[in-house]
Design a protein around this ligand. Structure first.
Ligand code: FES
Length: 166
């Protein structure tokens, strides 16, 4: 009888140790799979655009790519596919990488557009490729969310989704 009790105790003890080991392994595996905090924060760029005036051009970086933000000058320039509004002011943004072969086009305020130095590709202020020049499509747009007068690049908010649906 004492032998059976001892076996039951040993069986339960072994089962308990195994269960604790299994849980510890799962916790360790989850920690390994989760991205590091530095990686998570690197996915987002927050930009304060409260100081931008009409016609201003602002450049930043998101996930290692150049992103421009322009505050347009008038309502007549509004393009629902490429622009969004905050308190009535119109902004446009895009990833400033040429969709031809990846050079960095330069914004020229006087012509209200971008010129790519590599093969003469041109884009409008909206980031739309100009027909007859090498780029096959508009600039890509980063997902973004409006948070007051800040943009959070890397997060998809209603303004970004509305542009995609327009
Ligand atoms: S890389 Fe821009 S036009 Fe070719």
């Amino acid at each position: 009888m004492a032998e059976i009790k001892r076996r039951n105790f040993l069986g339960m003890a072994l089962g308990g140790v195994t269960a604790v080991g299994a849980v510890a392994s799962l916790v360790a595996m989850k920690k390994t799979w989760d991205p590091l905090p530095s990686v998570v924060s690197a996915g987002f760029t927050t930009v304060d655009i409260s100081g931008m005036k009409e016609g201003d051009f602002f450049s930043t970086e998101w996930r290692g790519k150049p992103v421009y933000i322009i505050r347009k000058k008038s309502d007549a320039e509004f393009n629902a596919k490429r622009d969004f509004k905050i308190n009535g002011a119109i902004y446009t943004l895009g990833i400033q990488i040429c969709t031809h072969l990846g050079c960095i086009p330069i914004f020229h305020p006087d012509s209200n557009g971008f010129l790519c130095p590599c093969h003469g590709g041109r884009f409008t202020i909206d980031g739309i490729n100009v027909e007859g020049t090498p780029p096959p499509k508009p600039f890509d747009m980063p997902p973004f969310k409006v948070d007051g007068m800040k943009l959070v690049l890397g997060e998809s908010g209603p303004e970004y989704e509305a542009m995609l649906k327009a």
